[in-house]
Design a protein around this ligand. Sequence first.
Ligand SMILES: Nc1nc2c(ncn2[C@@H]2O[C@H](COP(=O)(O)OP(=O)(O)OP(=O)(O)O)[C@@H](O)[C@H]2O)c(=O)[nH]1
Ligand SMILES: [Mg+2]
Length: 482
Amino acid sequence: MLDHDTIAAISTPPGTGAIAIIRISGDRALAIIAEIFSSKAERFSSIDWNTRSHEAIHGYIFEPGRLELIDEVVVIPYKGPGTYTGEDLVEINCHGSPVLTREILELCLRRGARLARPGEFTQRAFLSGRLDLTQAEAVLDLIQAKTTRQGRQAISVLKGHLGERLKLVREWLVELLARIVAGIDFPEEVGEVDLDDLGEVVARCKAELEKLGKTAKSGRFLRDGLKLAIVGKPNAGKSSLLNQLLSFERAIVTDIPGTTRDSIEELFEINGIPIILIDTAGIRVTEDKVERIGIERTQKAISESDLALMVVDVSSDWSREDDEVLKEVGGLPFILVSNKTDLLNGADRSEFGNRINSELSKPIESNVSDEQQNGSLNCLERTYVSAKTGAGIDELKSKIEQFATKDCSGDSGGSLNQRQAQLCWDAIAALELVETTIAAAMPQDCLATDLKTAINCLSEASGEDVSEELITEIFSRFCIGK
Ligand SMILES: Nc1nc2c(ncn2[C@@H]2O[C@H](COP(=O)(O)OP(=O)(O)OP(=O)(O)O)[C@@H](O)[C@H]2O)c(=O)[nH]1
Ligand SMILES: [Mg+2]
């Protein structure tokens, strides 16, 4: 699969800038730069490109056979294999005019390089073993990061920790498979693997894969944003809460119940986590046609969200409308936000807290499923705020942040993407079949197929064994020059 031709591309974004960078990678990279670069304007410098690696060299770019100089540049040669691509690599830092950069690139192409495909430099890094697939995909996430936190997350994965963990589980399974196969081939000398031993390794692998798979959820929130619906009965203060979280008056607030008719979506950020916040129409039984359509949209917002803020009004009693809201929230995890605390004193607040406790522990009547019977099952947190004064809003934000990051593997690990996580879940499913086979006391050769499936999933996740189509698909998402 390794392709040794020499590639070149402009690695900086199109347009005018102070500088631009052209990269050349491959067997002819150093020969090309030797032909078109001189450290002196008079062009009689001689540079031994094979000995000068990882060093900035000032000079000029010219076209052989023509008198005029094209640009004054700084060139950094990198002698392979200790380079990003694992090959000889050259970076030309030139002035950032689109005309100049194109001219220099064309010069490289005329001297034997070809234009790089999107992501081809990183693809070569992967193919030469400099990066595993989790790291290569993290490069893409790093380039596309829109918040500092997304950047931190990608750089954690780029360090290779997650890929190492995937590879370790794979090694455990390969070793187990080898022992089973040896036991089958040499029953006299080696014998069957001890069943307790077998169960222990499978359980250990499953536990580690579950941890790894779960990181994808937090990773998805960091990458694509957390969808957060604000729900509650009319007049609970949902729109006021939206405005307070956004720090500007986005939604109309009045004391007329049923003010918000349509869902309102706004994007904001909590410590670098993108949040898609949806203010919804208050939930109640109503004959008003427009309001009913609004409530249908609330139901849709709930069904599409990752988390809800259920707003209750501490200045009024828990009502049937609050029960209705709880029913609509159903199985979705939610934070119970007791609003309008500015209207309560401390004693009232603790009485309200007690009331809520008893309300949340009551089973919800009506025709909801068993799983949704008890609203408190998914009430992750309770918090008190005043959407009017802003009291308690920071605490609420930190609770949302905790929810979004709770499965992250910590600062050193980052999180898997959806592709890698799906392969972890597939591997777990295969290991569950292994457990069933063990429990049924079937012969050990029946375990081999499922173990191999699990191993293949992990090989594909970390890129140790991956199809050419998938590689092409992954790297085509990159920009040219990376
Ligand atoms: N004192 C006090 N009043 C509040 C607070 N939050 C909201 N309100 C008032 O409660 C009323 C309803 O507020 P909204 O934010 O419009 O309530 P809503 O839940 O969006 O209502 P609908 O859109 O009708 O479902 C308004 O008069 C607000 O000024 C609060 O924290 N304290
Ligand atoms: Mg409203």
